[in-house]
Design a protein around this ligand. Structure first.
Ligand SMILES: C[S@@+](CC[C@H](N)C(=O)[O-])C[C@H]1O[C@@H](n2cnc3c(N)ncnc32)[C@H](O)[C@@H]1O
Length: 260
């Protein structure tokens, strides 16, 4: 059943509730460069995560690429959050199957809007790591900022936030961004069927509202975050941002070998 969410468009979850296989094909064919992103995430998490860390992933999807990475980390607990109910059993299966034996830490599978989750009081304790990949761009910029404000309250001291998402370039309007991404799908994603390409284009033109990268980090700064761009894809859209509360220790020191 569809749930209440803060996404700008009501139909934004349809692709994930009903046509998960199309998004799966996008990831399997590496059309959004998840492989390079995941490899960078592996290096970052390996350097930052300490034994017993509490981690949460917002807009987790089926965790297909993150699951092996999560199984390699010495976590104390893990919570996965998604507004599309259909993906949570897939995420649980993928985490279980990613390595031999039972998952060695308690997991919680939460069917909830990520802004609602971010704003709720911290019943089970704070988090050392919160990640969110390719979900925030469904929210209006003011709601993205509300997420940033609320997540600062959910982190433990020295906790970090990792946001992978699509971003507009400086000065790029939303229509220009959507036009160039549509062109990229229509001309470069031939490995998908024509029907799948159409589903993707319909989803992105109706539901995607990526922030301008510089505006997003400025809003993050206003909410008390310090940032570092960690990875950029080759299409001036996908990128990974590391954020930590200003005044906490700079985790960047542990990442010096990574390119900014
Ligand atoms: C493009 S998929 C990304 C999945 C996975 N994180 C990845 O990087 O491959 C976006 C996911 O975010 C979820 N999502 C979208 N809006 C959300 C919201 N407001 N709250 C929670 N989850 C949301 C969708 O249901 C979907 O599973």
């Amino acid at each position: 059943m569809a749930m209440t969410h803060h996404n700008a468009q009501d139909g934004s979850l349809e692709l994930f509730e009903r046509s998960w296989r199309t998004y799966r094909a996008v990831v399997d064919h590496d059309l959004m460069e998840h492989r390079s992103l995941t490899s960078t995430l592996g290096a970052v998490l390996g350097a930052l995560v300490r034994p017993g860390a509490a981690a949460a992933d917002l807009g987790c999807g089926d965790l297909a690429l993150l699951a092996p990475l999560l199984r390699s980390l010495p976590l104390g607990r893990f919570e996965a959050v998604d507004a599309a109910a259909a993906v949570l059993p897939l995420a649980a299966q993928n985490l279980a199957a990613a390595a031999p034996g039972p998952v060695p830490y308690p997991c919680r599978w939460t069917h909830q809007d990520l802004l609602t989750w971010a704003q709720q009081p911290d019943a089970g304790g704070g988090f050392d790591l919160i990640s969110c990949s390719y979900a925030l761009h469904h929210l209006l910029d003011d709601d993205k900022q509300r997420v940033l404000a609320a997540l600062a309250q959910r982190l433990n001291t020295n906790g970090v936030l990792l946001i992978a998402d699509v971003f507009r370039q400086g000065g790029e309007s939303l229509p220009s961004y959507l036009e160039r991404y549509t062109e990229r799908v229509q001309t470069g994603w031939q490995v998908l069927s024509a029907d799948q390409r159409l589903q993707v284009v319909e989803h992105l033109t109706s539901s995607d509202l990526p922030a301008e990268g510089d505006d997003f980090v400025e809003r993050a700064r206003r909410e008390g975050w310090t940032h570092r761009w960690i990875w950029r894809g080759s299409h001036q859209a996908e990128a990974l941002l590391l954020l930590w509360p200003a005044g906490h220790g700079d985790p960047g020191a542990a990442l010096q070998e990574l390119d900014g």
